[in-house]
Write a protein that binds this ligand. Structure first.
Ligand code: GLN
Length: 194
């Protein structure tokens, strides 16, 4: 049995929990899906999801609770969405605490005022048919470093990056009915525990 923790510091946590549960059922996995807040709860997890929200707030709480150290020491795979993508990066256009788990820079609110929120069908490398992307004050990635793979772009901007067992998406897979991104992450987690 694997344990997936949704980091419950701030943001749209319940939606992720629901989607992971749906994904778990779909691929018939034996998994526990729970909200986690403290470093000792995070230690117990095989995979961690960092939701959308405010990356400055979530990042500060991650540092205060030493959750970044636990994730790094235990090499726990992380799925970061929107604010979670920001936190997985190594540098942003703000001065803020980051995990830096993926070699990439991130531009926050990267789609400008007129496109603060939008939806678009995305071609994601690992998926056979388009994925419904929901973007809300979304970031994009740039200067993606060695070993990291750009798995999706829109308007020439990188909106999904995979590196080792981590995945960052600028969009919100938890706000769709499409479980494929969560399924992909669950399989990454499984590869790590096996
Ligand atoms: N713009 C937010 C940030 O940079 C992210 C927005 C979101 O997660 N929907 O923290």
């Amino acid at each position: 049995m694997i344990k997936i923790g949704i980091l419950d510091l701030q943001g749209d946590v319940s939606e992720h929990q629901m989607m992971v549960k749906n994904a778990v059922n779909k691929i018939n996995l034996n998994a526990e899906v729970l909200k986690v807040k403290t470093s000792s709860e995070v230690t117990e997890c095989d995979g961690i999801i960092i939701s959308g929200g405010e990356s400055t707030v979530i990042g500060r709480l991650i540092k205060e609770n030493s959750i970044d150290n636990i994730i790094k020491e235990n090499q726990i795979p992380v799925l970061g969405t929107c604010a979670g993508m920001v936190l997985l990066g190594q540098e942003t256009d703000y001065d803020q605490p980051l995990l830096g788990l993926i070699p990439m820079k991130v531009k926050r609110n990267g789609f400008g005022r007129q496109k603060l929120s939008f939806e678009a069908d995305l071609n994601i490398n690992t998926l056979k048919t388009p994925y419904p992307g929901v973007f809300i004050r979304a970031p994009y990635a740039y200067d993606v470093g060695d070993g990291a793979v750009e798995v999706g772009q829109i308007h020439g901007k990188i909106i999904a990056v995979a590196y080792e067992h981590h995945l960052a998406t600028a969009f919100h897979p938890e706000l769709t009915n499409d479980t494929r991104i969560h399924e992909y992450f669950l399989k990454e987690v499984l590869n790590c525990v096996e």
